[in-house]
Design a binder for this molecule. Structure first.
Ligand code: Q9C
Ligand code: ZN
Length: 342
């Protein structure tokens, strides 16, 4: 299996986040992707290729124009106020406030276009976002051209980003852009199978009213875990999309026995949909030692995930999402992919 990867992610660094009332270094570190690419090379998964530059025309079909126009301007707007460090929001349009128009000032804009303070912006952030998008589309092209599977080693990740907002370390929804691209290039139906520990709220929102992209999420119960405000089992899609969104929320402490039963059920539902291609949102933050998660999957379980997905016998694009036990994410992500290859 080929991997697509860009070192341009390295410019997205120096993140900070609020954890238990303290501002600490962010968990979504540049070293994450470096550990994964190093492990891919160590196990000899296959060639590691650079992305080809793509325009944003497909991204424009899953994101709002005003949001995509705003993203590349954040750092310049921030520094125009004489600021340095990391651009972050602090005010959001929740219930009881108006959220129907973007303000003029950068602090208001950052809040308007996000749902949390998980998406800092530094000088190199837009270039990393764009390279991550290009990685996803280049890898999608490999699958379209006939490869059984490809790995888009995206950083930053994407599944929390919605049509018009960032959040949870995610800016452009790489998996959603790839799914849209498959639709525009001959696939009649696309399934997105999101195995990241966190609910892929952005992906769900983007496709919620559509029947042509099935979205399946396996994740920590939002009653207990981030993103808290989406991801319940009764969210099944709306309008034409009714029945094409599937959520498998699981409680803190979930281990392989329970998690894999959800995966088996999800795979049955996926096959019943008869997609032409599968996009896997590959988070490995289900790992027992992940520093921000509370599932109990072990390193030996990750190849079994890949093997189960391989049994679907469908063209498959893996898109990197989360996973934060830095030393181990390379082993676990590569484990899924080697398990897929059998
Ligand atoms: N700092 C992905 O796995 N947690 N995103 C916030 C307070 C946010 C995870 C906890 C977790 C986002 C792609
Ligand atoms: Zn996650």
């Amino acid at each position: 299996m080929k991997t697509v990867f860009s070192p341009r992610h390295l410019g997205h660094a120096d993140q900070v986040e609020l954890v238990a009332g303290a501002i600490v270094p962010g968990f979504e570190l540049p070293s994450r992707a470096e550990y994964v690419v190093d492990r891919i090379k160590t196990v000899g998964l296959g060639p590691v290729l650079p992305p080809a530059v793509h325009d944003l025309s497909t991204a424009h079909k899953v994101h709002r124009k005003d949001y995509l126009d705003f993203l590349p301007t954040i750092w310049d707007r921030w520094t125009a106020e004489g600021r340095s460090g990391t651009a972050l929001p602090f005010t959001w349009p929740t219930r009881g406030l108006r959220g129907d128009a973007p303000p003029e000032f950068i602090d208001g804009l950052l809040g308007y276009y996000s749902f949390d303070a998980g998406c800092g912006v530094v000088e190199g952030t837009w270039d990393a976002i764009k390279s991550s998008h290009d990685v996803a589309l280049t890898a999608a092209g490999l699958v379209q051209a006939g490869d059984r599977a490809a790995f888009a080693l995206c950083r930053p990740p994407g599944h929390h980003a919605g049509a018009g907002f960032m959040g949870g370390y995610c800016y452009i929804n790489n998996a959603a852009v790839a799914a849209q691209w498959f639709r525009d290039n001959g696939a009649r139906r696309v399934s997105i199978l999101d195995v990241d520990y966190h609910h892929g709220n952005g992906t769900q929102e983007i496709f919620y009213s559509r029947a042509d992209v099935q979205v399946i999420n396996l994740h920590a119960d939002p009653m207990q875990e981030y993103p808290y405000f989406l991801g319940h089992a009764d969210e099944r899609g709306a309008g034409a999309g009714e029945g094409y969104n599937l959520n498998y929320p699981m409680r803190f402490g979930t281990s392989w026995e329970t998690w894999s039963a959800s995966l088996d059920d999800a795979c049955d539902r996926l096959l019943a949909y008869q997609p032409d291609v599968v996009v896997v949102s590959l988070g490995v933050d289900t790992f027992e030692k992940d520093p921000i998660s509370k599932f109990k999957l072990k390193t030996e379980d990750f190849p079994k995930i890949g093997a189960r997905i391989a049994r679907l016998d469908l063209p498959t694009l893996f898109v990197m999402e989360g996973g934060y036990a830095v030393a181990e994410i390379g082993v676990n992500a590569a484990g899924v992919l080697t398990g897929f290859e059998g």
